[in-house]
Design a protein around this ligand. Structure first.
Ligand code: DX5
Ligand code: ZN
Length: 230
């Protein structure tokens, strides 16, 4: 059993035939869908709201990882929880009262995540690390799919993994943006265990093969490590 998960980002799916397209990633190894909510204010793009999340909850078997790229997320957290989100992630940059926002999510009985833009330091959320279930380290600037992976973020992932291990914090490190067969082993090695992938899956004709390709890029890397160390 792999110790990492691949989360298809439905931002890259065809929004005109959502459920049909999502059905193409329904393979045994996919447990969660990554759902990007954008408001045209915090990020320069608009996607969808709680109603779409409620439909996904009703019509799919997946757990829903809801990434809120919106200003004033506290206003919408209860609606997304009610719609059936399993994880709700808010951006540090959008939350002047981050402690309040994280606990508001938890009060709804939902797992709480905090996201960091590439230019935001880990230090800025240091005080929240014991409280969160997920730390989303953005590897692109949020707003669009298909952007280039920003490789200097790898250091932040390593730093988050070191802090997690040394302090026995419970959060999972998630990465989002530019994850493909080339970058997946790198973020895995740095400490990420939830890997969000949009274009690397949905821009391929054969989605199960694309998912396997990302997965294999990590297991091949692990096999090589084993050979080196034995
Ligand atoms: C970007 C979104 C991502 C996006 C990733 O703002 O948060 O989830 O879908 O897309 P790819 O994998 O194409 O970089
Ligand atoms: Zn996302």
């Amino acid at each position: 059993m792999n110790d990492f998960k691949i989360l298809p980002s439905i931002l890259a799916a065809d929004h005109g035939q959502f459920l049909t397209d999502i059905a193409t990633v329904d393979t045994p190894e996919i447990e969660l869908l990554h759902v990007d909510v954008m408001d045209g204010h915090f990020v320069p793009n608009i996607t969808f709201g709680p109603k779409v999340v409620a439909s996904l909850r009703k019509h799919t078997r997946f757990a829903l990882d809801v990434h809120l790229m919106i200003s004033n997320p506290d206003q919408y957290v209860p609606a997304f929880a009610e719609a059936g989100a399993d994880i709700i992630t808010v951006h540090q940059e959008a939350c002047p009262h981050l402690h309040r926002s994280v606990h508001l999510i938890k009060e709804q009985g939902v797992k709480a995540g905090v996201a960091l833009n590439p230019a935001t330091s880990l230090e800025s959320v240091r005080h929240m690390l014991p409280d969160i279930d997920l730390l989303l380290i953005m590897t692109v600037n949020p707003g669009f799919g298909g952007q280039k992976f920003i490789s200097n973020v790898l250091q932040k992932i390593e730093q988050a993994e070191r802090l997690r291990r040394d302090n026995k914090f419970q959060y999972v490190i998630e990465v989002d943006g530019g994850v493909d067969t080339e970058t997946a082993p790198k973020v895995y090695e740095a400490g990420a265990r939830f890997l969000v992938a949009g274009s690397a899956i949905f821009r391929q004709e054969d989605r199960p093969a694309a998912i396997r390709g990302i997965s294999n890029s990590i297991t091949t890397f692990l096999d090589k490590q084993k050979t080196i160390h034995t």
